[in-house]
Design a protein around this ligand. Structure first.
Ligand SMILES: CC(C)(COP(=O)(O)OP(=O)(O)OC[C@H]1O[C@@H](n2cnc3c(N)ncnc32)[C@H](O)[C@@H]1OP(=O)(O)O)[C@@H](O)C(=O)NCCC(=O)NCCS
Length: 376
């Protein structure tokens, strides 16, 4: 008995799954706004903390609101001795994305409000996650190298503290570039990890479960993992002089080129010029233009021959490398930022919830009798 095939939107391409007031992607102008503000303007005018507040509260903070928000988050940076013990027992070669996914799940068990999924409690849990994630990423990274964790410092900004717990004291222009990257990574409508977080929330599960699942989704190289893949690719290319030939070989093999293409933006990604500007600044500060020069050759050839534009991961990868972060930390940095967008979506989904449960069109065998074990 054959059924007509329903209209299947594989990959949910072009499907509107809900309304949202958090961010807007405008593919026709390659632009992105958070709560109505263009991301590139937020990068020039605001700190990452102001943008986190904006995403969670729908308006930019006043000075007093910002001070209170910063104080709330900064006071929660330390992670528990129990979590530190667990982190020390992680396999030393574990990928930092697996480490932070596990650490966030653990934080859910020890959160003082783990059983309270009310909106005020979820907001407080989100602030604790934002505060503690950098400490956990850094502690796991250092434990993998046999080093003790560095205590977070509430006196510092989010970006300064993130660097400090890695034992880094960067120059102001490096901190600015880092902050810009956090702002650009903070939110991006119904991407795979955000939709994962919303789906988990739709079952009325808690925010730690939603964020843990979001981290799992972000790790994949078609999503957040692309920023790491970009840097591996740039190293493999080996410099601007080899870039054209390297890319031709990729084309011959019909292989993906990491950091290019986007499900929504087809003629450019508004975050790319801003991140590229700051990555170029990093190259100047560090005095190493190899990676950005290589990037330029790759981007020009991709556009000319494939008409495919770079996405945010393309400049973010070399920017983080030039800032001195180990490559496996690039996607965890994305987590430290995107937790703001995920939490905003968790709150929005819970406030007007309906269980997310699509249908599948069955194409397996017709119903048949179960043969006994000795007759199979
Ligand atoms: C992001 C991505 C998953 C979007 O996928 P999508 O919306 O399903 O787009 P499609 O895979 O349908 O791409 C359309 C065409 O462009 C090609 N294409 C897209 N991105 C490409 C890339 N990075 N390298 C080479 N070809 C690419 C596809 O092969 C496809 O060609 P075809 O029509 O001849 O089959 C995809 O562009 C990709 O894998 N990019 C690399 C990973 C990456 O940078 N991810 C970060 C995303 S922010």
């Amino acid at each position: 008995m054959s059924e007509a095939t329903p209209d299947i939107k594989k990959g949910l391409v072009g499907v509107y799954a809900d309304v949202s007031t958090i961010s807007k992607v405008m593919p026709e102008t390659n632009s992105l706004t958070y709560r109505g503000y263009a991301v590139q303007d937020l990068c020039e005018e605001c700190t990452f903390e102001e943008v986190a507040y904006l995403l969670w509260n729908a308006e930019l903070p006043t000075r007093a609101q910002l001070a209170a928000f910063n104080a709330e988050v900064a006071a929660e940076r330390a992670i528990s001795p129990a979590l530190l013990r667990v982190i020390k027992d992680f396999p030393h070669d574990a990928h930092p994305m697996d480490a932070i996914r596990t650490a966030v799940s653990f934080m859910g068990m020890e959160d003082p409000e783990s059983a309270d999924n009310s909106e005020p409690a979820t907001r407080r849990k989100a602030a604790r996650l934002l505060a503690k994630i950098p400490s956990a990423i850094a502690a796991a990274h250092r434990a993998g190298k046999g080093l003790e964790p560095i205590q977070p410092d509430p006196k510092h900004t989010f970006g300064e503290n993130f660097n400090l717990v890695f034992g880094k004291v960067p120059a102001p222009e490096v901190l600015k570039a880092f902050d810009v990257s956090l702002i650009l990574y903070a939110e991006h409508t119904f991407n795979a990890s955000t939709y994962t977080a919303r789906l988990v929330t739709s079952t009325m599960a808690d925010i730690h479960g939603a964020i843990t699942a979001g981290i799992a989704a972000l790790k994949g190289p078609l999503h957040g993992g692309a920023n790491e893949a970009v840097m591996h690719m740039l190293k493999e290319v080996g410099g601007p002089d080899h870039a054209e030939e390297w890319l031709s070989t990729r084309f011959d093999h019909k292989a993906l080129v990491m950091g290019f293409g986007h499900r929504v933006y087809k003629t450019g990604d508004s975050r790319v010029p801003t991140m590229t500007k700051y990555a170029e600044k990093m190259a100047e500060v560090v005095g190493d233009k190899t990676w950005m020069n290589t990037s330029r050759v790759l981007a020009a050839k991709m556009l000319k021959e494939k008409n495919i534009h770079p996405n945010l991961d393309f400049p973010a990868g070399p920017a983080y490398y030039l800032m001195g972060f180990d490559i496996p930390l690039f996607t965890p940095i994305f987590v430290a930022s995107r937790v703001t967008g995920w939490a905003a979506h968790v709150i929005e989904q819970a406030a007007d919830n309906r269980l997310i449960r699509p249908l599948s069109h069955y194409t397996g065998p017709e119903q048949r009798p179960v043969p006994p074990l000795d007759r199979r």
